[in-house]
Write a protein that binds this ligand. Structure first.
Ligand SMILES: [Zn+2]
Length: 206
């Protein structure tokens, strides 16, 4: 089967090219594709005219059947998104699945890292909220990694066009996870194909 393609415009020279744009990847049946997604390589295309590496974005479904995880990268088109949400709601066999909408390849990669680490993304969003308060800065925090015997978590944020890192103890995450468990309305609101991000969380705690 031919891989679907989209027309994409080079950010530098403006030339329009046909770019391969697979609609979905199942890393259960095609585990070799996971690295293409996690490195972001699958979203990068090189302009044949000027050689510039461009980032493309199209509706894309990441499916990990072992983790019962579906992540859908939206292209920002509201009607495409509404169709996808109802298609997923009508689909059988998705009991126990975690399903999320994300808006950029970077958001997609972050979600994969969070779930690969065995963490809950709602608790991670709450940990970011707490960390923003601690920092006293309104910054866009991203989960970066968890490491070591103490499971120290590193969050990253852009500042002055550089990537800054902030380490938080695993207790910050554990406290957040406990708050999530004590508030079943959060898990209830996270059912179906939903966008779990800062705005979503702040609807509950602001
Ligand atoms: Zn170009």
């Amino acid at each position: 089967m031919a891989i679907p393609s989209i027309k994409a415009r080079c950010a530098k020279c403006g030339k329009v090219s046909e770019v391969q744009a697979p609609g979905s990847v199942n890393v259960g049946t095609n585990p070799e594709m996971k690295e293409d997604v996690c490195s972001g390589r699958i979203f990068v295309w090189n302009c044949p005219e000027c050689g510039t590496a461009n980032l493309a974005r199209w509706p894309f479904l990441y499916h990990d059947p072992q983790q019962r995880l579906m992540l859908w990268l939206s292209d920002g088109n509201a009607s495409t998104e509404a169709r996808m949400v109802s298609a997923i709601a009508a689909q059988e066999g998705l009991e126990g699945y975690t399903m999320r909408i994300v808006d950029t390849p970077g958001d997609l990669i972050e979600k994969i890292s969070i779930f690969d680490a065995g963490l809950d993304d709602i608790a991670v969003e709450l940990s970011k909220f707490v960390t923003r308060q601690e920092l006293g800065k309104d910054v866009a925090l991203r989960f970066w990694r968890i490491e070591g015997a103490d499971h120290e978590i590193t969050l990253a944020y852009p500042e002055n066009s550089q990537m800054q890192m902030v380490q938080i103890g695993f207790n910050v995450y554990e406290d957040s996870a406990a708050i999530v468990r004590r508030n079943p309305s959060l898990a209830e609101a996270a059912k179906g194909l939903v966008r779990i991000d800062r705005d979503w969380l702040e609807r509950f705690i602001a």
